[in-house]
Structure formats: structure tokens, C-alpha cells
Design a protein around this ligand. Structure first.
Ligand code: PHE
Length: 339
């Protein structure tokens, strides 16, 4: 009997594994509630008295050896895991940092800003919650003017003087009120219109509007600036201006760029004409200058405004404006490589 126990001690000491499951099987076999040691302790009463002491010591030794084995093997596994982990080897290259990507709206906005920065335009910003004066009245759109309907507005119910700006022309009004000409500024920002959401329209979108005011600014300056912009931004060098109407500019025009008709996409996005409407523009109405304390007999200026979503959709061939606001990672991750 004693020899059997000694043999078991040898077995326990020789046991080795790196598998958690095998350690557990080992533990159950020796130390479990139906394990070998349980049986041996039960056997104790049958051992002759003169052998009891040695037998007792030996099974205790077996028990301790088995317990120690289990804990050292478990520890070894844990240490091995830790060695492989971050603390094990401080010379390991670090985990790559997940940088994310810029939103296509930001990409295009920054690109537009950069193009205008190069010809001396600074960036100006203003509040998204506006008052009637900055969004409408100062821009030659007095109360009850029918052209207010051109931009369906979100009013704050309790105070109709407060609204969500429908264009960033409001920022230009603020800029004119606070700065002396010469003024060269672009105003990027989020705007709001009470429109039904569809693939081509959204109630929230982004604009960049530009304003240039100095002595002797003419329509020719405006045309040249727009041509420069379309060349830099799209690599296209043919534009046309169609007469249009905006309350704050006179004369006013819509700018089309010649996109071409080489691919099927060109046909689709230009409806087979090759021309693509890209923005509105015009000479700042003298009334607007007057409203902003700028002397229209001394100064003149031009203004233009464009939607960022529309340009981003063109440049990246995005078919649905709603994709910009859904925050779908599969969409956003596609802009990872673009800076
Ligand atoms: N504010 C106009 C709009 O949102 C765009 C525009 C700006 C037109 C400046 C002419 C001059 O539609």
C-alpha cells in the first residue's frame, strides 16, 4: 500500500503539461471529491496502527505534491500568456493606432478652403441659430418678401425672430458689419432647410459662401475667380454663367462647369448635356452693402455660394446624399487613404 502511494508521488512529480484542461483532469483525478486522495484517506482506518504514522505522512506528502503541482502549472500558463502580452517584451513595436478617417464633407470643405486661401480669402464662421436680420432682412429680404420662400425655413416657434440659418450668407452679413473693406472671406458651415429628405436633398447640409468687397470690383473679377476655382478644384477649365435671381446680388448668375460627356457617368450626372450646375453668384446688391454700413458709392463686391455635399457627391461619385449622415462605417472607411 505504502509503495503504491510512493509510486503515485513519483507520478505526480513527473506530471507536466501546458494545457488548462489537462491540469483540471489531473486535479480531479487526485484532489477531486471522488479522487485518489479521498480514497486513500478513507483507507487510513484499515492501516495497522504501527504503520499509521508513516502512511499518514506519505499520503499528506502526496496531497501537498498534487496541490503544488496544480498551482505551479497554472502559474506557468499565466506567466507564459503575460510574456507574450504587452508587458513581456518592451522592445516590441506598438499596436498600430487606429486613426480613423476624415468625413468626406470635411475633406471637400478643406479642399475648397485651401483653394481660396491661396488667393487671399480668409475663413469666417458664425452661429447656426440666427436672427431674422442676418439671415434675411439685411440680405435684401424684408418681411413678406416672396423670395423668402426660396428657402424653407425652420423657425423657433416661441420666437419667430430666431431661426436656423438657411445659408451662410448670414455669416457674410456679420463679417461686413464688423470689418472694413477690403474684404475677402469664405464662410463654410452647416445650414438648415425644411425640405423633405430624399436621395438628392436633405434638411441639413453644408455650404461654402464667398465674399469679396473692395473698390472697383467687377463682374470680370468674379468670373476670373470662379474659373480659377473650377480649374483648381475639378481640373475643368470651361464654365458658363446663366442669368439667375438672388435677392442679395444684382446681377445674379448660376455657374455651370463643363464636365464633359466621355463616360456613362458624365451622361448621367449632366443629364446628357455635359454641363453641371455648381453654384450661385452675383454682384452684391448695393442695398446689402448699405445694410451692413458699407458705402455702396465707394465699394462694390461679388458673392458666391455652393453646396459641399453636391461637390462631394460629384468628386467621389456618391449616389445618395443621405449617406453623409448615416455614419455607416463601411461608407466612412472608404475615405481612409484620403487626407
Ligand atoms: N445664398 C445662396 C443660397 O444659399 C447662394 C448664393 C450666395 C448666391 C451668394 C449668390 C451669391 O442659395
Amino acid at each position: 500500500m505504502l509503495d503504491k502511494v510512493k509510486e503515485l508521488i513519483g507520478e505526480v512529480n513527473a506530471f507536466n503539461t501546458t494545457s488548462k484542461e489537462e491540469i483540471e483532469t489531473f486535479r480531479i483525478k487526485y484532489l477531486g471529491s471522488k479522487g485518489i486522495l479521498k480514497d486513500l484517506f478513507a483507507e487510513f482506518k484499515n492501516v495497522p496502527n504501527d504503520q499509521k504514522k508513516e502512511f499518514g505522512q506519505t499520503i499528506n506528502l502526496l496531497k501537498n505534491s498534487a496541490e503544488e503541482k496544480v498551482s505551479t502549472l497554472k502559474e506557468a500558463i499565466e506567466n507564459a500568456v503575460e510574456e507574450k502580452g504587452v508587458y513581456g517584451d518592451l522592445t516590441r513595436p506598438s499596436e498600430p493606432i487606429n486613426l480613423g478617417s476624415r468625413h468626406p464633407i470635411s475633406l471637400v470643405k478643406n479642399q475648397i478652403i485651401e483653394v481660396f486661401n491661396r488667393i487671399g480669402f480668409t475663413v469666417s464662421e458664425g452661429p447656426e441659430i440666427e436672427d431674422d436680420w442676418h439671415n434675411f432682412t439685411a440680405l435684401n429680404l424684408p418681411e413678406y418678401h416672396p423670395a423668402r420662400d426660396m428657402q424653407d425655413t425652420f423657425f423657433i416657434e416661441k420666437n419667430p425672430d430666431t431661426l436656423l440659418r438657411t445659408h451662410t450668407s448670414s455669416v457674410q452679413v456679420r463679417y461686413m458689419e464688423n470689418n472694413e473693406p477690403p474684404i475677402r472671406t469664405i464662410s463654410p458651415g452647416r445650414v438648415f432647410r425644411n425640405e423633405d429628405i430624399s436621395a438628392r436633398a436633405h434638411c441639413i447640409f453644408h455650404q461654402v459662401e464667398g465674399l469679396y468687397i473692395d473698390t472697383d470690383v467687377s463682374f470680370a473679377d468674379l468670373k476670373q475667380t470662379l474659373l480659377y476655382f473650377t480649374k483648381e478644384m475639378f481640373g475643368k477649365s470651361k464654365i458658363r454663367l446663366r442669368p439667375s435671381y438672388f435677392p442679395f446680388t444684382e446681377p445674379s448668375a448660376e455657374v455651370d462647369i463643363y464636365w464633359g460627356l466621355e463616360t456613362e457617368t458624365d451622361y448621367r450626372i449632366t443629364k446628357g448635356t455635359g454641363w453641371l450646375e455648381i453654384m450661385g453668384c452675383g454682384m452684391v446688391d448695393p442695398n446689402v452693402l448699405k445694410n451692413c454700413n458699407i458705402d455702396p458709392t465707394k465699394y462694390s463686391g461679388y458673392a458666391f455660394g455652393m453646396g459641399i455635399e453636391r461637390i462631394a457627391m460629384l468628386l467621389y461619385q456618391i449616389p445618395d446624399i443621405r449617406m453623409f449622415y448615416e455614419n455607416d462605417k463601411r461608407f466612412l472607411e472608404q475615405f481612409k487613404s484620403v487626407i
